[in-house]
Design a protein around this ligand. Sequence first.
Ligand SMILES: Nc1ncnc2c1ncn2[C@@H]1O[C@H](COP(=O)(O)OP(=O)(O)OP(=O)(O)O)[C@@H](O)[C@H]1O
Ligand SMILES: N[C@@H](CCO)C(=O)O
Length: 320
Amino acid sequence: MAAVDSVSVIVPATTANLGPGFDCIGAALTLYNEFKFTHVDESPLSSSGVIINVTGAEAERVQTDESNLLYQAFVKLYQHLGQTPPPVEIEIKLGVPLARGLGSSATAIVGGLVGANVLAGEPLSQSQVMELAIAMEGHPDNVVPALLGGCRLAATGVEVEPQRRRERQEWEICEVPWCENIVPVVAIPDFELSTKEARQVLPSQVSRADAIFNTAHLGLLLRGLETGNGNWLRAALQDRLHEPYRKTLIKGYDVVHAAAVGAGAYGMVISGAGPTLLALTDTKQSEAVMAAMSAAWRSQGISPVVRSLGIDTQGARSFY
Ligand SMILES: Nc1ncnc2c1ncn2[C@@H]1O[C@H](COP(=O)(O)OP(=O)(O)OP(=O)(O)O)[C@@H](O)[C@H]1O
Ligand SMILES: N[C@@H](CCO)C(=O)O
C-alpha cells in the first residue's frame, strides 16, 4: 500500500464474557471511539514525542502523554516491525465510556495498532494485528470483536511447538451467529471499575462443579444466541467463574438484575469486568427492560445511562 500521512480509525465498544464465557467470548456494539493519526514534523512536537487531543465525555481523564494506551499500541506495532515510530499528532473522539466494562481499553489497543499499521503501509495482516492486540490486552474477548466485529469466540489453537509455547500462541476465532431479535441493553453507571481491580477479586482455582456448570452454560449460550430460544437463553445467562465474586463491587447488582428479569429480559450479566450491566432481551421487551433497569439503579442512588444497542458487524475500520 502507498504510504499515507493521515488515517482515521473507528473502533466499536465491546461487551465481554456474556455471563458464562469468561475471557473467551465478546460482541461488538454500535457505540464507537474515533481516532485520527497524522504524521507531523519533529519540530512542533512536545518533548514526549506525541501530541494528543481528546474530546468527548470524560476527555480530561485520558492521558495525553506517552503513557496513553492508544499511543502505546501505536508504538508497539512499530517496535514489532523493528522501526522507530514516526512523530504523530493524535485526535481522540470518545464515544465509549472509560473503565465501565465496554471495552474502552480494547478500542485504544486496536485503534493504535490499526492506525500504525496503515501509516506503516499495512505490513501486517489482520490476524497479525489481532495477535498483537490479544498480547497487549492479555485476553481476547474484547479486542477480537473490536477488530473483527460481530460476536466472537476465541480459543487457543493446538501447540505447534510446545517447547516455545509462550512465544507462539495462536488463536482460533469463531463467529457466533446472533439472532436479530436479541437486543443488548446496557445500563452504564456513573462510577468506574477498573478491569485490574475486578480481576483481583477472582479466585485462582475453581471447583470441578463450577467448571462443568460454565462449560454447559456457554454451550447453551452459543445455541441460544443463534436461535433466539428463550428457555436456552434464560438458563444460559448464568455464571460461576466471575459474577459471584464481582457483583459485590457493583452496588445494586441484585436489585437491577431482579428488575431486568421482572420486565421480561432473558437475563442480566456484568458487561466485561463491569460495572456496566448487560441485559439480553427480545425486541418487544427492550423498552420495558430499559425503564426497569434505570428505575432500579436510581432507587439505589446510582444514575445510569441506559441504552439499547445493536451488534456492530464490521469491527475496526480505517479511512485515509
Ligand atoms: N480512548 C482511549 N485512549 C487512551 N486510553 C484509553 C482509552 N480508553 C481507555 N483507555 C485506557 O484504558 C483504561 C480503562 O481500561 P479498563 O480495562 O479498566 O476498562 P474497560 O476497557 O473500559 O473495561 P472492560 O475491559 O471491562 O470492558 C482507561 O483508564 C485508560 O487508561
Ligand atoms: N474478560 C475480561 C473482560 C474485561 O477486560 C474480564 O472479565 O476481566
